[in-house]
Each structure stands twice: as C-alpha cells, then as structure tokens.
Design a protein. Structure first.
Length: 296
C-alpha cells in the first residue's frame, strides 16, 4: 500500500496544490492504517481492504483514546484516498462509500469582550524593549483576525499602508486581503519606523515582525509574547493568540457585520465554520437579557 499512498500524496501536492502540512498529516493517517492492516490482517494492497477492516481499525483507534475530531480526520483521509484509487482504476469498489463521518460535539470558542481586549492592548508597555513590536503584533492579531502563522509570515511588500490592507497567505496557500484597523496601522507605523530598523541584521528577510536576533519571529515566540502581556494585564481569562481571532470575529458579528464578509476576512473555506460565531453572539445576547431584563 506504500506505493499507492505515495502516488496519492503526489496527487495532493501537484494536482490539488494542498499545503505541505496537509500532505504530512494525510500521509501519517494513511501510513498508520496501512501498518495496522499489514500487522492485523496481513493486507498488503488497497484492493484487499473492505469496510469491515476500516470500521475495525476506527474502533481500535477509538478504544485507544483517539478524539472524535482526530478520528474524523482519519476518515476523511481514507475517503479521499480510496476515491482517488477508484478514479485511477486501481480498485474496483470504494470500501469507504458507506462510511459516515463521526459526529463531533461543537464547542463554542472562547472570546474576550471589547473592554477586556482594550485592557490587554493598553497594558503593553511600548517604552520597554521590543514593546512597539509586541503592541503592533497583538493589535494586528485582533484588528485583522490573523492566524498565528499568518502573523509570523506577514511580509513588508504585502502591507499597503495607504489602503490599510494586508495580503495574507493562509491555509492551503490561499491568498486573501484583510483590512487593517486605524489603531493597528498606527502601532505598525511606530514599530516599522522606530524599532524594526534596529533589529535588522544580515540574516533579516522581508518579514514584518523580527526576533531580537533580526530573524523571522516564530509562532512559539508569538505565543509566549501574548501570554506574557496577558499576565501583565491582570486579566483572569486564558488568553492565547487564536483567542484574539475569535474575539475579532465575534465583535464584528456583534456590531452588525455580515457573516459572509467575516468568512472572507477569516479565510474560511466553508461558511459553516464561520457560523459558530453566531452561536457565540446568541449566548452573549442571552446573557445580557438575563442580566438586565426585569422578567428574565
């Protein structure tokens, strides 16, 4: 089955243009299934696989403690793998045809309210070393709803200061344009004019945000910076970079933004992913109603 998996991963890379991370994740899921098939049933080819083998494997993974969300990823990998083989004529029938995706309990994302967000941002000391950089990063995370990897990879040539637009390369190497708010633009301008030039070294690239050594800042370091300033702000909430993305979307929706526009700004491929924020907003409205209505 190894050769069949290799051919499938090449298809994902060349014809579908999917990201390297997605290819690695899919390869790992398929390789683990192939090893299990060989070890448990001595199955060496995809032609020998039946729906019973697949359901037995998934049951094994569930008993081993694999989360429903992770099992869903495995099911998706198997479905698209066998569909690919069927299309190539390598198998006569798709064994996953009747296999349904496991239901996943949907958790509402945590968010900060607008006052908490302001408290976090205002607590950053811009006179401290790298304070201007940290303020600009956290302002941008909230102002544009960026993923942490998108922030780390943001480049100077993709930021239009006049139009206040940032060109972002998101999941699956998909490009989108996101607006940058006035406050974030001011924080970026202060960092780019006063602090970034001092960080530049021979190893410096065109990334907007640099480490103390003048190299591209890592996602791990961004995480640490957000946690550091969250602690200093005195907020009790568990604050992390993606929380600012959730807050960005929830605050837009709460102030009347169209869900399709929020989907576009977040770079979600499917509107159902964005719809979770409508549930967050409904929860907020119910809480306000219970608190302030005399007969709630």
């Amino acid at each position: 089955m190894e050769a069949e998996i290799d051919a499938f991963i090449r298809y994902l890379a060349v014809e579908r243009g999917l990201s390297e991370n997605y290819q690695l994740s899919t390869r790992r899921s398929l390789a683990e299934f192939a090893q299990w098939s060989l070890r448990r049933h001595d199955l060496k080819s995809a032609r020998e696989i039946t729906i019973d083998h697949i359901t037995e494997y998934l049951a094994d993974r569930k008993r081993a403690g694999l989360a429903a969300s992770s099992i869903k990823l495995v099911v998706v990998a198997l479905k698209i793998f066998f569909r690919f083989l069927l299309g190539k004529g390598a198998i006569r029938r798709d064994p996953t045809e009747t296999l349904s995706l496991p239901r996943i309990e949907r958790y509402l994302p945590e968010t900060l309210n607008e006052i908490q967000t302001e408290q976090l941002l205002e607590a950053i000391d811009t006179t401290a070393p790298l304070g201007l950089r940290d303020r600009a990063m956290i302002e941008l995370l909230y102002a544009s709803g960026l993923r942490i990897s998108e922030l780390a990879n943001a480049r100077l040539e993709n930021f239009n200061t006049d139009e206040r637009i940032l060109r972002v390369v998101g999941k699956g190497s998909k490009t989108r344009l996101v607006p940058v708010g006035r406050k974030a633009c001011e924080a970026l301008a202060a960092y780019l004019s006063s602090e970034r030039p001092k960080l530049v070294s021979r190893r410096t690239g065109n990334e907007i945000f640099l480490s103390a050594r003048g190299t591209k800042i890592t996602t791990v370091r961004i995480w640490q910076i957000v946690k550091k300033h969250a602690k200093r702000s005195g907020l009790e909430a568990n604050i992390y970079p993606h929380l600012l993305r959730h807050s960005f979307a929830t605050h837009l929706l709460g102030n009347g933004a169209d869900l399709r526009i929020i989907q576009e700004m977040l770079g979600h491929a499917d509107i159902s992913t964005t719809q979770v924020y409508t549930h967050v907003d409904q929860q907020r409205l119910k809480a306000v109603h219970r608190k302030f209505h005399p007969r709630a």
